[in-house]
Structure formats: structure tokens, C-alpha cells
Design a protein around this ligand. Sequence first.
Ligand code: G3P
Ligand code: MG
Length: 248
Amino acid sequence: MKLPKIVGHRGAATHAPENTLAGLRQAAAFGAAWVEFDVMLSRDGVPLLHHDKSLARTTGDPRLVTETNFADLKTLDAGAWFDPRFAGERIPTFAEAIAVLAELGLGANVEIKPAPERESETAEAVVAELRKSWPATLPPPLLSSFEDSCIEVALTRAPELPRGHLYEAIPANWQDSVARLDCRSVHGREYLLDQEIVAQIRNAGYRVVTYTVNDPARAVLLDSWGVDTIITDDIPAITAALAKADAV
Ligand code: G3P
Ligand code: MG
């Protein structure tokens, strides 16, 4: 599995509204090879890009994504909160995002982000959409989740696609789930990583992915520990820092 050193978080979240098509375009414009984004289901089962359970922060609507039908979600403005320049930006469906990735030649780490009780259904919908529309021109997507049950569905339904296990702090028994679910990468929150755990994971033959690194000095340090991939909101800042340190 070839992963890039830098992956744009939720698109290019410092510079464009997160989890939108504008964000994917911004990441590509910055020269990113890959983006990460979150996929969850509308009430009526449409997979779409959104991070929070609630729509409040990104659209001003107080409802939950999982309680809102797709037709209603599509009327909401998901760009104006970030900057008036992005007014009119919509919450994209996963299918729309894949079409833009294909157009831009952008690879993706697809994070399966289920509402409680919808873990399997969300993972099933993600795999079904990938089967239908993931372009052969792009590298296979890396599927990741905090939820073992989501990764399990990915393993069963699309064993050929690489899987990553997300953690906040990486637990001492990380290898139990990672081996059982045949993951290729272990993803940990950047300020909870240390050099020892990075070495331990890499020595066991897995890739280390970390999120969300927006501090250039921290990115250079993590890279020096052997972290394979850095997920960042700020693609230009981290690209420049690693280039200066001769790391990319
Ligand atoms: O996939 C890395 C990162 O996105 C996980 O955390 O909360 O930003 O989705 P979160
Ligand atoms: Mg995410």
C-alpha cells in the first residue's frame, strides 16, 4: 500500500469548508495527492460527507444528520459558516465526492463515521458506493474507522481494499484488533503518539498514520520518528515544513 506523506484533513480544512467539494478542490490545488474525509448516513441512508453528528456547526441547522432526510440536507448551506466566499456550498454525497476525486486524480482515506447503532449499515453503504463508482484510475481507497464493527464489514465485503484502524491514544493491545481485522495501518492522534509506539507499530509491519498535525515543527518531529503519513488541515504549511526538513 503506497500512502502519501501528507493527506488533507476533511479536504483542506484550514483553507476551505471541511468535507465539501470545494475542500477537495482546494486540496488538489495545493498539490495534495490524497485527502481524508468522513462519511455518514442521512436518515434515509444516503452516504454523505460530514464530521459532526449535529448539523449545527457547519450549517446552523440544529438537527442531527442521522435524523434528517437527504432531500432536507441538500437544502442546507455548508460553506457560509466558514467564509461568505463559500456560500452555497452543499453537503456532498459520497458519490459526488468520488466523481470529483476522479476528476482531480485525488486519492482518499475514507473514514467511516457512523451514527450510534448504524455502524454496519454505514460501512455497507460505503462499500456499496465504492463498488459502484470508485474509478480504476485512482489508487484503492484506504478505509478507516474508530469502530471495529465498521472495519469488520469492510474486511468481509471488500477484503481487497486496505484498512486502517483509528484510535485516539493507541492502546497497549492495539495489535489484537489490527491483526484480527487485517489492517495495514494504525492511525493515532498526533499529541498522544510517542517515538516508542511509532517504532513498535512499524517494527510489527504496519504503517503509522497520524492526525491532525497543523504545527510545522511537530510534523517534522513526527516524521523524524518514522511516521508514514501526516493528516493535516493545513497542507501548504506542512508541505513547506517537511520540504525544508528534506522530508518530502
Ligand atoms: O481520520 C483522521 C481523523 O479525521 C479522525 O478524527 O474526528 O477528525 O474525524 P476526526
Ligand atoms: Mg475524520
